[in-house]
Design a protein around this ligand. Structure first.
Ligand code: DAH
Length: 347
């Protein structure tokens, strides 16, 4: 032990007097005293040669030496921006850079919520093509030949292709009601479906109009479906989508494919009906069109209108998203401005 403690003492002296004025000297210090093959580690290795009764004391003395050497090393480490020679230069103790994650688009948020609400009462999701023929977008839905929607000013027509068996001129669909036709042509009642998707209209782009936007179509066909069923379903939807105190009102309207037809307003979700600039101080905001499917449309789609009846509705997804988030300009949805999009989540 005596011999060993002399060794410790002399090493302590060496540690204390070691001159460190450069990065290289610091590294030499580390190699000489603190590395795995350094002299302090060697002293620890000698513990097995010490009498068992003295080992504890010996261990404490060597530990003390090691602490002193480490303190000296750490104190100078920052000064020389030290990185050990064998290191990769990466400081694993630094906090990591956060990973960027995307956010759901407000239209997707609204669409998913609409799907969730209708799925809960048995509606299934369906879809159809965005490039549609005249039959599915207009004729089967009872649009007369001279209807203004069939005009180039309102509809984007596209050049015909020779693919598939299409009926009439091709256009970008102007509404998701075209999916109704496809569903009825291919299924017999009971039918309970919603069809979300993108639609196109030849409009000048402004805060309130765009050349493309999104709709959700709803369709319910069965025996004995009544207007009361439609009204109750839409009331359920409005309460789920906005809040349980939301009121609805149905105003008589006209669509070629429903009879009778209505437009539905909800009590303004922003001012709770008191009046604000979103509801133009009326307390009501229009959110959808609806009605009982015209028997002629059922027959066009090979569904027996004497046996079955049904309702349909169509709403704009942008309108719902605007009400939910207080968005006042349609263009924001498609400009991909990250300052807008980041408000919906993500980092
Ligand atoms: N297709 C209509 C539109 O784009 C919306 C609509 C109204 C859909 C009444 C319907 C409906 O299914 O019954 O303005």
């Amino acid at each position: 032990m005596a011999m060993s403690s002399d060794k410790v003492k002399s090493l302590l002296h060496e540690v204390e007097s070691f001159k460190i004025e450069t990065k290289e000297q610091l590294e030499n210090f580390r190699l000489q005293f603190l590395s795995k093959k350094g002299s302090i580690q060697e002293l620890f290795g000698r513990i097995k040669d010490i009498e068992p009764a003295m080992r504890k004391e010996y261990g404490a003395v060597v530990n003390d030496l090691k602490n002193k050497a480490e303190e000296k090393f750490i104190a100078l480490k920052e000064k020389f921006e030290y990185t050990p020679a064998e290191s990769t230069g990466i400081d694993y103790s630094l906090p990591g850079e956060p990973m960027q994650s995307g956010a759901m688009h407000p239209i997707s948020i609204a669409r998913n919520r609409i799907i969730e609400i209708f799925s809960a009462i048995g509606f299934v999701v369906s879809d159809g093509p965005e490039i549609e023929d005249d039959w599915h977008n207009f004729s089967a839905l009872n649009f007369p030949e001279e209807h203004p929607a069939r005009d180039m000013q309102d509809t984007f027509f596209v050049s015909p292709t020779d693919e598939g068996d299409t009926k009439g001129p091709m256009a970008l669909r102007t509404h998701t009601s075209s999916v109704q036709v496809r569903i009825m042509e291919n299924n017999q009642p009971p039918i309970r479906t919603i069809s979300p998707g993108r639609v196109y209209r030849n409009e000048a782009i402004s805060a309130r109009a765009h050349c493309f936007f999104h709709q959700v179509e709803g369709l319910y066909i069965d025996t004995d479906v009544s207007f009361a069923d439609l009204k109750q379903t839409l009331l359920y939807f409005a309460k789920e989508m906005f809040s349980s105190d939301t009121k609805i009102r149905l105003r008589p309207s006209y669509f070629p494919f429903t009879e009778p037809s209505a437009e539905m307003d909800i009590s303004c979700s922003i001012c709770k009906g008191k009046g604000c600039n979103v509801c133009k101080y009326t307390g009501w905001v229009e959110i959808l069109g609806c009605g009982m499917v015209d028997p002629a449309v059922l027959d066009n789609c090979k569904i027996d209108s004497k046996k079955y009846s049904g309702y349909a509705f169509g709403m704009g997804i942008e309108r719902i998203a605007m009400l939910n988030h207080g968005i006042n300009d349609l263009r924001l949805f498609s400009e991909n401005d990250l300052r807008f999009l980041r408000q919906f989540g993500g980092v």
